[in-house]
Design a protein around this ligand. Structure first.
Ligand SMILES: *[C@@H]1O[C@H](CO)[C@@H](O)[C@H](O)[C@H]1NC(C)=O
Ligand SMILES: *[C@@H]1O[C@H](CO)[C@@H](O)[C@H](O)[C@H]1NC(C)=O
Ligand SMILES: *[C@@H]1O[C@H](CO)[C@@H](O)[C@H](O)[C@H]1NC(C)=O
Ligand SMILES: *[C@@H]1O[C@H](CO)[C@@H](O)[C@H](O)[C@H]1NC(C)=O
Length: 279
């Protein structure tokens, strides 16, 4: 009897212990699910200090993937390729408005960025860097971002690392390096910008693929200009679009001058100099 009693007691303790663990684990998941609360993530240089890096990519652009992979492996970056909606995608007409004045490419680009904001919230990231797949970095982008973080005020909604037609706003912080932080004015282009969790929530409320005002970068520039979100821009931009090398899916005006002090594509021999002697 005594032995049996001890066994049952042991079993009971066991079961209670297991139940407690289960409750503990569930409460975590449930709380996370209720709040959709940001995850506990330690940002690292492998993600340039952000929680995550998404690279918007069209599967059939293997040429671009190859160039991007070489740069990411040079920096030892940990990125996730995010399958962009293509202009040939059947769902494009469901997700966007075929009657809008935008081109199919612009509509595809719009909804792809929109889907990334949704994913940032679903994944519970505090923030994520969004890159397009035709970009070139300053060779010391890791140092530049480490310095930018010293000056980046909390909270922020978007951080425009690469941009077009952006005028220089009020300086922010006291960096002694050339790539500095400024209040955003009206940054266009979406080749390299970060969105925080709060920024993703706000953008999803402010933009709408079914009722677009214009291309997504234009809408973001209007939102930033009207100060509906808290945005910062880096000047000079340390990540540029490298359109010379790879024909772009979405046509932006080409008059803007892009330049880097030290191009990673140049360093890695990824720029076809015979075709582009000016580089
Ligand atoms: C990240 O990069 C910065 C700048 O290069 C460096 O100072 C820092 O030590 C790095 N951090 C880690 C965890 O490697
Ligand atoms: C990055 O490199 C440029 C060009 O060599 C240099 O002027 C700048 O000080 C560097 N930035 C940082 C943060 O180290
Ligand atoms: C910049 O300002 C912060 C606080 O405002 C200070 O801690 C830091 O030392 C300053 N850095 C430089 C390079 O002056
Ligand atoms: C940038 O290039 C110059 C000359 O080409 C070189 O002296 C310098 O060390 C490079 N800077 C970085 C950060 O790679």
């Amino acid at each position: 009897m005594q032995i049996n009693y001890t066994k049952t007691k042991k079993l009971k303790t066991y079961i209670i212990f297991l139940l407690l663990i289960l409750i503990y684990l569930c409460s975590f998941n449930i709380l996370n699910w209720i709040n959709n609360s940001p995850q506990e993530i330690i940002p690292s240089n492998r993600t340039l200090g952000f929680d995550h890096i998404y690279v918007l990519h069209l599967d059939y652009r293997k040429d671009r993937r190859e160039i991007m992979d070489k740069q990411f492996s040079y920096f030892n970056l940990d990125v996730e390729y995010f399958e962009a909606v293509s202009k040939y995608d059947k769902i494009l007409n469901k997700l966007t408005n075929a009657n809008s004045k935008m081109t199919v490419g612009q509509r595809a680009c719009y909804v792809s960025h929109y889907l990334i904001y949704q994913t940032i919230i679903e994944e519970g990231f505090n923030n994520a860097l969004i890159l397009e797949d035709d970009i070139d970095f300053e060779t010391n982008i890791t140092d530049i971002m480490a310095d930018i973080y010293q000056n980046l005020p909390e909270p922020w909604d978007t951080l425009h690392i690469g941009h077009c037609y952006e005028t220089i706003g009020q300086p922010v912080g006291n960096s002694s390096f050339p790539n500095k932080l400024y209040q955003s004015m009206e940054p266009q282009c979406t080749h390299a910008y970060a969105v925080s969790n709060s920024g993703a929530h706000k953008l999803l409320k402010l933009i709408d693929p079914i009722k677009p005002v214009g291309p997504v970068d234009y809408e973001i520039s209007l939102i930033v200009k009207s100060k509906k979100i808290i945005s910062y821009s880096i000047h000079p931009q340390p990540i540029i679009q490298s359109k010379e090398n790879t024909p772009s899916e979405v046509s932006f005006p080409t008059t803007f001058q892009f330049s880097l002090t030290n191009s990673t594509m140049n360093l890695l021999g990824l720029i076809d100099k015979s075709q582009y002697p000016s580089q």
